[in-house]
Write a new protein. Sequence first.
Length: 572
Amino acid sequence: MSATLDRKLRSILLREGRLEDAVLQEAMQQTEKEHASLTSVLCARRLIGEKEIIGLVAKEIRRPPIDLGNYEIDPALADELSQEMAADHGVVPISKVGNVLTIAVSDPFDVFKLDDLKNLTELQLRPVVSTAEAIHRAFEALYNPGQEKMSALFEGAVREDSVDVKEVRDDDEATDFTTLSEEGSPIVRLVNLLIYQAVKLRASDIHIEPFERKISVRYRQDGMLREAFSPPKRMMNALASRIKIMAQLDIAEKRRPQDGKFRIILDGRNIDFRVSSLPTVYGEKIVMRILDTSHLALTLEGLGFEPKALEDYRRAVKSPYGMILITGPTGSGKSTSLYAAVREIVSPEENFVTVEDPVEYKMDGVNQVNVNVKRGLTFAVALRSILRQDPDKVMIGEIRDTETIEIAVKAALTGHLVLSTLHTNDAASTVTRMVDMGVDPFMISSSTLLIAAQRLVRKLCEFCREPIETPPRERLLELSFLEAEAAARDFTLYRAVGCNKCAGGYRGRFALLETLPITEGIKRLILRGSSALEIKDEAVKEGMLTLRRCGVLNAMRGVTSLEEVVRVTLAD
């Protein structure tokens, strides 16, 4: 509620003789200290009721009042007025008849805000009066219906004297989630609801983080963390215990990190969860990685690569021997690209073996080995054993040390196709990283077929994206190093807006792939010990599309925004 409305309300209350000036002055001072509205302060001190305030304001402007607490809003109205618009203008839709949309407003004196909303919606608006607090409650019930249920569970869990954490589930058993959703104690139902909402939002991770005075529950959607809920701090131990029981972890151990997993069945599909606990100064932080195979693009075409990058990658994975490396930070989709390649080339005539930490997605016809460091089964040990199993093709989940990369290079040189990942910033710097790890330049040039760098970029929401003025050609060329004729084509750039069908203007992600085939020219540079910059310059001359160039090409197609491309990629 604005300061202008507070002053208006104060004058109305004085004129009506409802409260004395001294009392109102004290209340106004309290609003400044607590950054609260005058309505909330007066109601909290029980000087006046919320309904009476609504009635006085409605009488002042000759508009009807509404008690939102006794009003049921049609959920379909969320499609008539987006969540972002309603939040920005501090309103909530009540009903719609023809071209007239009735909205509840807390500040009916702000005519500029109402005119702006009218222009944006292209509807006739009929405002009715309520308070900011009542509108906020109705807003949450309409746009975030799970929050209301979550709040009820919070209250129920806090009131519980004890929490049932005796249920132990077999590690590999899939439990039907629908049978758990409405059963058990409030803490059990609360954890189930957290998981259910994360899956429905297509989140990749759930972060439960304890701080000094609160708990923060955040979902990672399309690569970005967004706060979903904030339960009371006293619930942290119960939440952690429940999740640790589901993942078969030791609930008594709170001083060292633990890792576990569990599986649920939701809507007929198996969903795996990887659970990690980490002791922090305010308690254990819990992170759950969601592995939902139903949203996994296991075809190379489904990953969204540029045609040239797809051609380079497909040519390499269909080679009889050699090494293919995909690089990038954690969460950039490297494993998904490897799985897509494996799915394309696996055949009954060949022995395909993988070593992973952990095995994220199980595939028919592929022998998958799970790394277990505690029992001495490391990448290097597993790989050494795999090479005695007569393999044709090998996938290594990640190269972490010198021993593993040396075995991988030798395997590639002795007639095996090796696919793996490495953590570097771009394709060219992978060569110098391999040299730093102790691999001879001759071995790199002889064994490596292709090095690729990958990033995940958010897609613009097709329902709310807005066109923007195209930057000058020189600026676009500076961003992308595109050819002049490509920049001169007719195209439209868009920006993210945000609506009730997306998260901040974006919906889903796709992959950018920078492919560096090890050609004769690149081999000569590797053997000479050239820098990453020299290798990159030569690769660009040979036609390599850098991550930035791939991103801008997709921005020119309207798939993503320039802001997103700049956020994810480095300038060339």
